[in-house]
Design a protein around this ligand. Structure first.
Ligand code: NAP
Length: 295
């Protein structure tokens, strides 16, 4: 039987790739396990707005190239469980069994759905989740964006470059997004903000034609984008690893979960800061913690 990897990183978003690169730099044999494309949610962002410049895809590709050059074994497979055989952790996936002495869970999070009638039926018929990818389809059309966090405002600003009007609908009285994003809204006269309003249904049969607000008002639109938060990707993680109320994995300050040798970092972790710099720092921190554990 082949030697177990020192570190198996589940997920190749920015956190996972940062963890893999760091583990390899420390001389640890490292594998990544990913069921989809590498890069994670950030690859939907063409222009990053924080301390790191460029597109999300460029940042992810750079990290992937570095990790691969350093010797990462990149396995394509969706994880289904993490177990233990003696001292060795065993991760099962649709690509087989993978043995490792430590595991970093960096499986990230996915966009939550608003969960209103019409939203699921009209998926890809006007219901979209990526402003940079689908924005050009809404040239001089009206779109609705729901949410008041960084994602909603960032994506509303992207859509404003294409759409005639972006209706930004927020349930609260105040945005929770970063101040610089709130400020940037005012530079776009075609973003119409509606506070204290709730979308009750997405309307249309073959394509989106509008949304109905609580109270009955209908806003006509061709595109619908809900950015109402994230849910962690943890279907393969056993109940032995505790979660917070939102389902995000609990760790100690060194990213260790309740399962010895299993660390969690990034958007899957309770307490994650949310910015790209945090994703990178957490990946590096978890790899360093795994190195200490292995010693
Ligand atoms: P978020 O910060 O959790 O914000 C979710 C928004 O959706 C909130 O405004 C919330 O309203 C609203 N919401 C939640 N459930 C709703 C419902 N059922 N109906 C209507 N509205 C609902 O999520 P996010 O914006 O996706 O951000 C996630 C993380 O990624 C954050 O840490 C964020 O900082 C980070 N992020 C950073 C950037 C960047 O740096 N440029 C970009 C994107 C995301 P309330 O405010 O009323 O609760």
């Amino acid at each position: 039987m082949a030697e177990p990897f020192d570190v198996l990183v589940i997920g190749t978003g920015i956190t996972g790739l940062s963890a893999a690169r760091q583990a390899l730099k420390s001389g640890l044999s490292t594998a990544t396990l990913e069921g989809m494309f590498f890069g994670g949610l950030v690859t939907n962002i063409n222009e990053l707005d924080g301390e790191i410049a460029g597109s999300g895809s460029d940042v992810a590709a750079g990290l992937m190239m570095e990790a691969t050059k350093l010797g990462a074994k990149n396995i394509t497979g969706a994880a289904s469980s993490i177990g233990r055989e003696g001292d060795v952790l065993v991760v099962e996936s649709d690509a087989g069994s993978h043995r490792a002495r430590s595991v970093v869970i960096a499986s990230g999070a996915r966009l939550k759905r608003l969960g209103v009638p019409g939203e699921a039926d009209l998926e890809e018929k006007g219901v979209s989740h990526c402003a940079d990818c689908d924005g050009p389809f809404y040239q001089v059309k009206d779109v609705v964006v729901v949410g008041g966090g960084d994602s909603a405002l960032q994506e509303a600003i992207v859509l404003a470059e294409f759409a005639k009007t972006v209706h930004l609908i927020h349930r609260g009285e105040k945005f929770r997004a970063q101040a610089h994003l709130v400020e940037r809204l005012s530079a776009h006269p075609n973003i119409a903000v509606r506070m204290a309003a709730a979308v009750e249904a997405v309307l249309g049969t073959d394509e989106v034609t509008g949304v109905r607000l609580a109270g009955g008002e209908v806003i006509a639109c061709s595109g619908f984008f809900a950015y109402v938060g994230l849910e962690p990707v943890t279907g393969f993680v056993s109940a032995q690893i505790a979660r917070d109320a939102g389902g995000f994995l609990n760790t100690d300050k060194d990213f260790l979960t309740a399962m010895p040798g299993v660390f969690a970092a990034g958007a899957v972790r309770s307490g994650y800061g949310g910015l790209l710099v945090h994703a990178m720092a957490e990946g590096i921190g978890a790899a360093d913690a795994a190195r200490t554990y292995l010693r």
